[in-house]
Design a protein around this ligand. Structure first.
Ligand code: T3D
Length: 263
């Protein structure tokens, strides 16, 4: 597919996905969603890819839904926003959560509305200190979607989740890191180098174990301890048969660096 709204490049096992509508702060349109689905699907079938980094072009990460997109336009007929959520945002987040590689959000500027949720749906969120997170939804009479109501209370607790979602104040990156909403806030000038280093590290790690870790941690809040122990056992059984486990143990015994292949 020829992308007009995103950029997608793969180098040395690292896939870089850039939301690319900088003059509209990389807000989502229906056309962008089609391209995002195509790019994420290509990761599922390209086993040379070991990590995904998502970022935004220009000064913003993503301003959420493009409020001028025909999908949203309140004209002669009132739009069915529920449909847009079902057809665009739900598949986006489920694709990210089920991706066969770890995911990193490199938050280079404001992440608002569904743009904030997109960042939070990634495994590790690294933001430049000038970036911010904005639950913009209540300002236009909506609720945090795209997984926002799921991610927020799990990361920052109910009191802060309610405050952020209801008041729609911008949360600066450093405070987001302090509150546990994101992994790290770094100097703007160091953002790209920090994420490049992290992506290289993740690309050399045992991919399947990282993905099973994501799944187990996300499953925990709705599991009993017994269910979680069973899930852990199932994943350990599977990983115990993996070439990367054999390599990890061999490398440890031979006192050398492991060469994981993601298998
Ligand atoms: O469709 C559905 O299914 C519903 C799904 C909803 C999910 C959602 O994401 S709802 C939330 C939608 N997003 C917002 O409400 C955020 C709107 N934007 C803002 O509040 C501000 O733009 C920001 C706080 C993000 C940044 O402010 P600032 O001052 O840095 O930039 P700006 O001047 O407001 O924006 C720059 C340009 O981007 C401007 O265009 P112009 O005037 O230069 O031609 C602005 O209109 C445009 N822009 C920013 N956000 C959006 C947008 N255009 C369309 N949609 C946007 N969301």
């Amino acid at each position: 597919m020829d992308y007009q709204n995103i950029r997608f490049e793969v180098t040395a096992g690292v896939a870089r996905l850039t939301l690319n509508r900088p003059d509209k702060l990389n807000s989502f349109t229906g056309a962008m969603h089609v391209e995002l689905r195509d790019a994420l699907d290509s990761i599922q079938s390209d086993h040379s890819i070991r990590v995904l980094v998502t970022t935004g072009a220009g000064r913003a990460f993503c301003a959420g839904q493009d409020l001028a997109d025909p999908d949203m336009a309140v004209g002669a007929t009132v739009p069915d926003i529920g449909n847009v959520v079902e057809q665009n945002y739900k598949p986006l987040i489920l694709r990210l959560q089920n991706l066969r590689v770890p995911t990193v959000a490199m938050v280079n500027g404001v992440a608002a509305g569904a743009g904030a949720s997109l960042a939070l749906a990634c495994d590790l969120v690294i933001a430049g200190k000038s970036a911010s997170f904005l639950q913009a939804f209540s300002k236009i009479g909506l609720i945090p979607d795209t997984g926002g109501t799921w991610f927020l209370p799990q990361r920052v607790g109910m009191a802060r989740a309610l405050g952020l979602a209801m008041l729609a104040d911008k949360l600066p990156a450093e405070k987001a890191a302090e509150w546990g909403l994101i992994w790290q806030a770094v100097e703007d000038a160091e953002l790209v180098a920090t994420v490049d280093k992290l992506a290289t590290q993740l690309a050399g790690m045992p991919t399947k174990a990282l993905v099973r870790t994501r799944q187990a941690l996300h499953a925990a809040p709705t599991h009993t301890l017994e269910q979680q122990l069973s899930m852990e056992g199932g994943f350990m059984r599977e990983l115990g048969w993996s070439p990367d486990f054999a390599e990890g143990v061999a490398a440890f015994m031979e006192k050398r660096a492991p060469r994981f292949t993601g298998n």
